[in-house]
Structure formats: C-alpha cells, structure tokens
Design a protein around this ligand. Structure first.
Ligand code: DLL
Length: 435
C-alpha cells in the first residue's frame, strides 16, 4: 500500500497551512542559494521575511522557461554539484535544453509522488509495470521507474520504441500496467491488433501523460486494450511525472499539494483567477525541493481546478486536462518542440541555399504524430538538381534531430511558394484535434 493518507486526505485547511509553512522556508532557502531569485526579489523589493504564509506568495516575481536557458546549465541549482545525484533535461525555447538536478532527498520525494500515482490507479505489489516512456534525460522513464520500485512493483524498464518487441515483452513477461504516452499506447494497441495478440495481453491499467489527449482517445485505448486508462500530468521543471494524477474516479488529476502549490492566473493581466472551473495559466511553486527549487513558474499550460469532494477520499484539489498552451510550444510524439528552435537551425544554414521561410505541419495518422517541415529555397542559390536537394534535406533532418531529439520530414520547396500572411507568419499548421 502506498496511500499516504495523512497527507492525501488532509483537510484543505491543514494543507494550506502546511503549504504556507513550507513556502516560507523554501523562499528563504532559494533567496540564500540562487542568485537569479535573489536578484529578482531584490528588484521587486521583496525580502524573504515578507513571505509569512501562503497569502504572500503573490508578492514573489514569476519565473520562466527562459530563466533556465539564461542560467544554463546549472545556474539555478540551489546546491553544489556534489549534492546533485541526477540530471534531467528537455527542450527549451531555443536550441538550448533546460536542465534540472535532483538531490537524494529530491529523488525520494519524486518517487513518493510517482508511487502515489500508481497506488491511485489500483496497483499492488503483484503488478508488473512496463515502463515504455523514454528513459534518459526525459523524466518519464525514470519517474515511473522510481515510483514503481518504491511501491515494490516489478518494473520492465523497456523504454520507448521497437513496437512489436514491446508487445512480445508485454505478453511474455506478463505486464499488467502500461506506462507510456497516450499516442504510443494507441499505436501499441493497433500493433497488437494487427499481430492478432490482444487476447494474450494481461494488462489491466495504463498510466498515460506527457502530451495532450482527449476523452475520445481514452475511450479508444480502453476499448482496444481492455484496460482502464489514467491521465498523469507533470513537467521537467517541477518534477516530471508526479505533479498530478488521476484516481479511480478518472475525474481530474489530484495535485500533490504537500509538495507543490498551484496558482491559476490570467496570462494577459497576470492577475490570480480564484475558484473552480475557471480557465487560466497554471503557475507552480515547489515547496520542498533542494536541488532545483522553483517559485511561481509560468508553465504556459492552460487549465482549471476542481475543488469538489472526490469519491476516492483524497482531498488534494484536482486539475482538469490541460486545455492547450498560452505559448507556441508543440508536443510532437511526446517531445516539446518550439518553432523558434527550427527557425534557429534554418537561419544557421542560410548560406547553403535555404531561407528561414518555413512551415511546420503536424498531423496524427494511425495514432502517430507526423512532423513535416517545408523550407523555401533561396532564389539566387536555387538548386534544381535532385541530388543536391536531397543532400540538403538530409542535412536538415540530421540537424533537426540533433537539436529536437525527434525525426522530422524535411521538404525543400520552390522560392516564394509558402503562403505569405498579412499579419503574423503562420508557421505552424497543427491538424491534430487534441483538446
Ligand atoms: O512530459 C513529464 C511527464 C512525463 C508527464 C511522463 C507525464 C508523464 P516535459 O517533457 O517537460 O515533461 O513536458 C511538459 O507536457 O507543460 C504539458 O504541456 C505537457 N503535458 C504533460 N503531461 C500532460 C498531460 C513531461 N497529462 C509539458 N496532458 C507540460 C496534457 C501534458 N499535457
């Protein structure tokens, strides 16, 4: 059992008190140990002593993804490297990745959060969880892995990819829980159907997140794999998977409020939005992290909270499925992609006969994201022999893969063939219907 009732079922009034107490300490800790926060608080005229409880949170300045780039790689760590035991990373707004570090205590807290998610979907020590989230710098694989081990489940750390092999493994090793992105779950389901082996699977539940997905997708996954499909939410900057999780009610994701504070703000006016069911930008603060604490982080995810009582008994407020973003970040095959990253690569290669006029087209075909990048060739360097065009396309594919970590299909197109817009250039056409 990994139901931490003392925290997960605490009356809201006590949760708020606990959050306030932890916040006071975290703010002082951050001020004393991280230059960026110290400077920003000094500029805003806020001292750690001004933060006496939860109500004072709004006095603190916001933090942004760009801070992680500006202080790349370790500038926002609050502990010396000798205390950091693990690093994770994901894409930033330009070519630079954002980097976070965990101390031993942080890993322990992360594992707790992740174990709570598995407990909430009914996992027991008899379960075998196939972790098909990517392992490595992405937080998905290790996040689920640590939680499952903490709970005493058996882990199959297979990582993502090699789909037929995944199915064979699931069958042969008797996996009962599948952890991966929802789009990969659907792809696995379809592959299992094609292989004619769905009946041989022993899966009972899936724990899916890292990208937007719809109730319709949930229904499809549940029907095809004969399982219950649960949503989990998280982001690298906070703790990867483990920020919020669905319980058996599948009615919103309980936020691990003893470790993280969620505020909802209007992304235009930056004013707080109080009350349930009101859409706004999610802003998170950690309150007991050591290695990479973060305060008032603007996630750019849009969502709302539900405060009504949940039948499962947990009192942590629930987060809606994120309803899109207030910036231009795309999530393609679970990987965060910013158009600016692509633009930067094109600009660096303009001397090779291309321009930075481009268009990204994303779609979902057979439950797999497709990712096309159309790039205009330069009129003066316009090459019409196939070999050099193909060579250049390949070079761009490699460069994009290096920076983004996923494959794109690059097509060079004739000069002036990408439609010009009268206002902002329409760089992205996302044909997926995800929210
Ligand atoms: O995706 C962490 C994670 C791993 C969460 C495994 C769940 C499972 P990042 O790569 O930093 O971290 O991407 C974070 O992904 O800001 C959201 O926009 C999006 N996202 C994450 N979970 C969900 C979800 C991981 N359940 C970004 N629904 C976030 C919709 C999600 N979007």
């Amino acid at each position: 059992m990994y139901f931490q009732k003392d925290f997960e079922c605490m009356p809201q009034i006590d949760i708020k008190r606990l959050q306030g107490e932890k916040l006071v300490k975290q703010v002082k800790y951050v001020y004393d140990n991280v230059e960026c926060y110290r400077k920003r608080m000094d500029e805003a005229g806020v001292k750690p002593e001004d933060i006496k409880g939860l109500d004072d949170l709004k006095k603190l300045p916001f933090s942004y993804k760009s801070d992680l780039r500006d202080y790349y790689p370790y500038g926002l760590f609050a502990r010396p490297m000798k205390d950091i035991v693990e690093i994770h990373a994901s894409s930033g707004t330009t070519g630079k990745r954002i980097v976070v570090g965990y101390t031993k205590n942080d890993l322990d807290m992360w594992a707790d959060c992740s174990a709570r998610m598995l407990e909430a979907i009914g996992a027991t020590k008899d379960d075998i969880v196939q972790v098909s989230y990517g392992y490595g710098l992405f937080t998905g694989g290790f996040g689920l892995h640590y939680g499952a081990q903490k709970m005493g489940l058996t882990v199959i750390p297979i990582s993502s990819g090699n789909t037929e092999r995944q199915i064979e493994t699931m069958i042969d090793f008797g996996a009962t829980i599948l952890a991966c992105t929802p789009s990969y779950a659907l792809y696995l389901a379809e592959t299992a159907e094609k292989m004619g082996v769905v009946d041989q699977l022993k899966l009972k539940a899936g724990i899916f997140g890292a990208e937007p997905w719809t109730e319709e997708m949930r229904k499809q996954i549940e029907e095809k794999l004969h399982i219950k499909a649960y949503d989990i939410y998280g982001l690298t900057e906070i703790v990867g998977p483990g920020v919020a999780f669905e319980c058996s009610e599948q009615a919103g994701m309980h936020i691990n409020e003893d470790h993280f504070i969620l505020e909802i703000i209007d992304p235009e006016t930056l004013e707080p939005i109080e009350g349930e069911n009101k859409l706004g930008e999610l802003v998170f603060s950690t309150i007991d992290k050591e290695g990479f604490p973060i305060l008032r982080y603007r996630t750019r995810d849009l969502g709302f909270i539900k405060t009504s009582k949940c039948k499962c008994g947990r009192t942590f407020v629930r987060l809606s499925k994120p309803k899109g973003r207030s910036d231009d970040m795309l999530i393609i095959r679970g990987v965060n992609v910013f158009p600016s990253q692509i633009e930067e690569i094109l600009l660096q290669n303009c001397d090779r006969g291309i321009t930075a006029n481009y268009q990204i087209v994303v779609d979902r075909v057979n439950n797999n994201d497709t990712f096309d990048v159309y790039v205009e060739m330069a009129p003066d360097l316009f090459a019409d022999d196939m070999a050099s065009i193909e060579g250049l396309q390949k070079l761009l594919v490699d460069k994009l893969r290096n920076i983004l970590g996923i494959g794109a299909k690059v097509t060079l197109v004739n000069p002036n063939s990408i439609a010009r817009s009268e206002g902002k250039a329409k760089r992205v056409i996302d044909k997926r219907k995800l929210v």
